[in-house]
Write a protein that binds this ligand. Structure first.
Ligand code: NAP
Length: 316
């Protein structure tokens, strides 16, 4: 039985990873920030076996205490300010949490576990947003070329994990994550925004939906599939970096087709285009080459259609 510490316990990925790790019989501790987090209650009800510890990626001592208290074998850093657009307005805060946060966590792991033969394995959630769009696919060899403050911070943390791996021989790995969704996604992400709109327009509680470039495409996977990969990566004899995706790309039009046809509506009657929502760098469609991950036994199980329909089902 492993002892696992998950940061970002109230977020999408930690929820599914905690469920998965508990189902494997592991002890799971979730780091929650603040003493009055409105999502903590839901977490406690959903997973009574989950042990909650408090801490903040902006606070070194709290991370040190969390690691000393939980004595984990595996630490999954899934906490972040994950909404990319905010990073333009709150760059300093975003950098503090997403870049310096992992630095603080790594320092705490070395302090507790030692500079050599450290028994704590570490997983960092890096992002495919930091990769260059040079070819049709992105893999672990794709150059890192961030274009937002969010991806700059993720790139810093990614390089730092690689440095700790080398310097301390730490079992520290990164998942380079393409977008992944679930019913727990918040509506500031476009997949959820569309799923929710389809469900609400059907029931008459919403009238229309504003979107940006409908032809912008991504490699979208299911969070429930991705979290299995995080665990698998930490079970490997050697640490490394792995792109996690599906190898398929879909556009916003595809999501609209699936979500609105699922509730029997024609989206063209409800969707308006808002130039403010266009992101200039999203003209290039890329997809993941996840063959390195396939080689260690992972594969996605949820279809894109099933994913979007599931999100519509649980929205409203
Ligand atoms: P999420 O749902 O937005 O969850 C983020 C979590 O981080 C929340 O629990 C949040 O807590 C916590 N958090 C924020 N600031 C914090 C701080 N200062 N100290 C401690 N915790 C803090 O994100 P997700 O979708 O699960 O993503 C997991 C990881 O994968 C993130 O690092 C994200 O950047 C990365 N990623 C995600 C995707 C994707 O498509 N989902 C793609 C690429 C990379 P509160 O409840 O208090 O806000």
């Amino acid at each position: 039985m492993a002892r696992c510490l998950l940061t970002g316990a109230t977020g999408q990925d930690s929820f599914y990873l905690a469920e998965y790790l508990l189902s494997l019989g592991h002890k799971v501790c979730g780091l929650v920030r603040g003493y009055n987090n409105p999502r903590e209650e839901e977490l406690r009800l959903a997973m009574p076996e989950l042990e909650i510890v408090y801490g903040d990626l902006s606070d070194q001592i709290s991370l040190l205490k969390a690691i000393e208290l939980t004595q984990p074998n595996e630490v999954y850093n899934l906490a972040a300010v994950s909404a990319v657009p905010i990073s333009w307005d709150q760059t300093e805060m975003m950098t503090d949490v997403n870049a310096l946060g992992p630095a603080r966590l790594l320092r705490a792991i070395i302090q507790v576990g030692g500079e050599r033969n450290n028994p704590i394995r570490f997983f960092q959630a890096s992002s495919s947003e930091m990769l260059a769009c040079t070819g049709e696919t992105q893999n672990e060899l794709t150059p890192i070329c961030p274009r937002t403050p969010y991806s700059c911070a993720k790139a810093y943390a990614h390089f730092l994990v690689n440095n700790y791996r080398e310097r301390y021989d730490l079992h520290a790995s990164c998942g380079i994550l393409c977008s992944h969704e679930s019913k727990r996604r918040t509506p500031n992400f476009v997949t959820k925004k569309i799923a929710q709109a389809a469900a609400r327009i059907k029931t008459g509680t919403q009238q229309n939906l504003s979107l940006g470039n409908l032809d912008s495409g991504r490699d979208w996977g299911a969070a429930t599939d991705f979290v299995r990969a995080y665990h698998l990566i930490l079970q490997q004899p050697k640490p490394g970096d792995y792109v996690i995706g599906t190898g398929e790309t879909h556009t916003l039009r595809d999501i609209l087709d699936i979500a609105f046809s699922y509730v029997g509506l024609d989206w063209t009657k409800y969707v308006t285009l808002d130039p403010k929502l266009f992101r200039p760098w999203q003209d290039k469609i890329v997809k993941a080459d996840w063959s390195k991950l396939r080689a260690i036994g992972w594969a996605p199980t949820v279809t894109f259609e099933g994913l979007i329909q599931g999100m519509v089902n649980t929205s409203g």
